[in-house]
Design a protein. Structure first.
Length: 561
């Protein structure tokens, strides 16, 4: 008896190549990409920024910008149809009706001036002509587990949280029951707890609607939780593919092993009191100083005033409510919590960047009530690194000038001395001195974050507030930046207030940890106390939400639950 022939794939990509138009001519972006997507399968495409993952998805959707990118060869088969050869009109019916896409940042994908309900029903009517579009939209919001779906239909994107907006995007994508759902980094910008909810939702909806999923991500922990099969991309080429278990247990390519090794693993540093050493010994042994470089007492940040005529009748919002902590020289306090917990507001308030009450002592000086002029010498002791390095740098200013600017403001050194200092700082953060003449857009995200670190070091601070400073980076680039920050701490005696929503990153970087929720610190202690014996259920929930970069271990944990 012959076995039945395998089912035809839902989607097939054959020898796909894409070139970019540049002033120097065409440059390859994708080369000979090929894969099949089976019915009901989740296929994960993994790789770092620039590997070609998103270009592959845009080519499938027919959304490549024609002015800059063009398909030079290949086929994209949806059943028997080659999507590269059908008309624009036919492709519009395919797009959303048979293949739908969820993008990384829902706020830029949703129209801010149109209600959620209008945007959902527009998509439904465009592909189904359904007279009951409102009922379908309501049912889809309920399917993606949005609370009070009838009320949400009348709201606008800015009135929803990031996780809720991403649920709306998934509802919109699945509203016409497409055969294929392409999700391009759908959880990168989300907290780990919200990310866990979205990934669970996608698995449940795949079962309910029978949709095949192409999930694009650089996070190997997410790959382990979601993938049936995995494609690894590098430099526009497909370098490895296979079943998820095989890729994680027996990776063949050095690049794949590098991606897996770079994933921070919760519990990897159990039994230790501080971050792993990066340098064998400090450059110069230091006598430990137990006087806090930063002392915060009863910090409060409140938005809204009963006396304000614009906010009359609206309650005050206590973004930070009675927060207190100390940071010692050469040590890191990890401040962790979900979006809205108040951690980033705390980071800005301790540097006097937003109005606050309470006492903040930096290097022994209380900044409460200081004018901007009086704050200037304090800012030499405390600097900040922000989440988005591109937004932190002036795009019109050369990198060398940007790094030297704090020295100019504080009157440090002559012009030639500042130039020498810039060259030394660039070398220290792993860049070459000739980078000083280039502009921010000429660097990768990881390189721009290194430039921001060099700029923060320019005035020789004693403490740096790092606000989600690696959240937007690829996993391997993130690992290198974290190593750099640890190396600088060891050799320069820096203290950090390290703000993140990722418990695995906090575990790697911190000596002490403070967990924030609703503007308050709900738990604090040494790294070992927090990660090996957490007292609060909220802390345990943050830890449980961290993706496990091991598909077999994930399946065991999922089965136990």
């Amino acid at each position: 008896m012959t076995s039945p022939a395998p089912a035809a794939p839902v989607l097939s990509v054959r020898d796909l190549s894409v070139d970019a138009r540049t002033p120097e001519g065409l440059k390859p972006v994708l080369r000979d990409i090929g894969f099949d997507l089976a019915s009901g399968e989740t296929l994960c495409i993994a790789g770092e920024s620039g590997s070609g993952k998103s270009v592959t998805s845009l080519a499938i959707m027919g959304l490549l910008p024609k002015a800059s990118l063009r398909v030079t060869s290949g086929e994209i088969l949806l059943g028997e149809r080659d999507l590269l050869k059908i008309s624009n009109r036919a492709m519009r019916q395919v797009r959303g009706g048979e293949i739908a896409m969820v993008f990384q940042e829902p706020m830029t994908s949703l129209n801010p001036v149109i209600s959620i309900g209008a945007q959902l029903t527009e998509a439904i009517r465009a592909h189904q002509g359904n007279e009951n579009a409102e009922a379908v939209a309501l049912r889809m919001l309920d399917a993606v587990q949005i609370t009070e779906p009838a009320r949400r239909l009348k709201q606008y994107p800015h009135e929803l949280s990031g996780g809720m907006r991403q649920r709306v995007m998934i509802a919109m994508a699945l509203s016409c029951q497409p055969k294929v759902l392409i999700a391009d980094e759908p959880t990168t910008a989300l907290d780990v707890t919200v990310q866990a909810q979205i990934l669970t939702l996608m698995r449940e909806l795949k079962t309910e609607f029978g949709t095949s999923i192409v999930l694009i991500t650089h996070d190997m922990g997410v790959v382990a939780e979601m993938a049936d099969r995995v494609l690894i991309m590098q430099g526009g080429r497909l370098i490895e593919e296979g079943a998820a278990v095989a890729i994680f247990n027996r990776p063949e390519q050095p690049y794949t092993r590098q991606l897996l090794a770079a994933v921070p693993r919760l519990g990897a540093h159990a039994g230790t009191d501080g971050p792993p050493r990066i340098t064998p010994q400090p450059a110069q042994p230091r006598v430990e100083d137990r006087t806090p470089i930063m002392n915060v007492q009863d910090l409060r940040v409140t938005y809204g005033s009963p006396a304000s005529r614009f906010l009359k009748g609206k309650p005050q919002v206590h973004a930070v409510d009675g927060v207190s902590f100390d940071i010692l020289p050469g040590q890191t306090l990890g401040l962790v919590g979900e979006s809205g917990s108040g951690k980033s507001t705390t980071g800005k308030a301790v540097l006097g960047l937003i109005p606050s009450s309470g006492d903040v002592l930096i290097d022994g000086r209380n900044i409460a009530g200081l004018s901007q002029r009086e704050m200037r010498p304090v800012r030499r002791s405390a600097q900040m690194i922000f989440q988005d390095p591109y937004a932190s740098l002036d795009s019109r200013m050369a990198v060398g000038a940007a790094i030297a600017e704090p020295m100019v403001i504080h009157g440090i050194g002559s012009k030639s001395e500042r130039q020498d200092r810039v060259a030394d700082l660039l070398r220290r953060v792993g860049l070459t001195p000739d980078a000083a003449t280039r502009y921010p857009h000429e660097f990768s995200g990881g390189q721009r974050q290194r430039i921001c670190i060099a700029r923060a070091l320019a005035v020789e601070p004693k403490i740096i507030v790092a606000d989600e400073s690696v959240a937007a980076l690829d996993v391997s680039v993130r690992a290198r930046v974290l190593d750099l920050m640890l190396e600088l701490q060891e050799t320069m005696g820096l203290a950090y207030l390290f703000i993140s929503h990722d418990m695995a990153v906090i575990e790697r970087m911190s000596h002490h940890v403070a967990v924030m929720r609703g503007g308050k610190i709900v738990e604090t202690g040494t790294r070992r106390e927090i990660f090996e014996a957490p007292k609060q259920e909220y802390t345990r929930a943050l830890m449980a939400a961290v993706p496990i970069p091991d598909p077999e271990l994930y399946q065991k944990r999922a089965g136990a639950n």
